[in-house]
Design a protein around this ligand. Structure first.
Ligand code: 5GP
Length: 187
């Protein structure tokens, strides 16, 4: 992508690296779920590109739904609140749920989301995330399938945004610090 090359300080993961790893994750998931139907829950918005690529390589029956949720509350307690901005349309009761997330940072959103899905009666809840930033973890959360562990940098691309931009980059890249400052002061 030429249009924003000067906004990026480093390409962390190329499109080819991502493509290969997504294939490996899909193969693991296909093997682990044997003949079970998988209910894939995509966490909006950042997961949509990853989910679309992953889904097409999972060779099992799948149901797909999306939700948008944010964690809030103080402290590092994983039992804090979760605000669901867009809820699932399909029931999770007795389903084998696979949550697909773009990136796990503090882990707060995901830990609260997992608890919510379990409370709603899912038969099982597993997690597949493209990126894991362990340096910033505040609560422990089990990640069943991880694409890549990355350092504590703010990344964009392959569905991840800054201020709703850069989601269409085919790679995962680090945004230059001055881009944060420019946008947040101008907009
Ligand atoms: P947490 O794990 O802290 O509850 O939240 C994870 C969410 O924070 C992700 O779904 C994503 O929206 C956002 N996030 C965390 N780190 C990054 C990053 O490096 N880049 C982008 N674009 N979003 C991030």
């Amino acid at each position: 992508m030429k249009y924003c090359a000067s906004d990026l300080s480093e390409i962390l993961l190329s499109a080819e690296q991502i493509d290969q790893r997504v294939g490996e994750l899909a193969a693991e998931i296909t093997a682990d779920y044997s003949d079970q139907e998988i209910m894939i829950v995509g966490v909006l918005t950042g997961s949509f590109v990853f989910l679309a690529d992953l889904l097409r390589q999972i060779d099992r029956p799948c149901v797909v739904d999306f939700l948008a949720a944010y964690s809030y509350g103080t402290g590092t307690n994983s039992s804090g609140e979760i605000r669901v901005e867009r809820d699932l349309r399909v029931s999770v009761v007795d389903k084998d749920v696979l949550v697909v997330e773009d990136i796990v940072d503090t882990g707060l959103t995901l830990s609260r989301l997992i608890a919510m899905l379990q409370e709603r009666g899912a038969a099982s809840v597993k997690v597949c995330c493209l990126l894991d930033k362990p340096a910033r973890r505040e609560v422990s959360v089990q990640l069943d399938y991880v694409g890549f562990q990355i350092p504590d940098r703010f990344v964009v691309g392959y569905g991840l945004d800054y201020d709703q931009h850069y989601r269409n980059l085919p790679c995962v890249a680090v945004l230059k610090a001055d881009k944060y400052l420019t946008r947040s002061t101008v907009e």
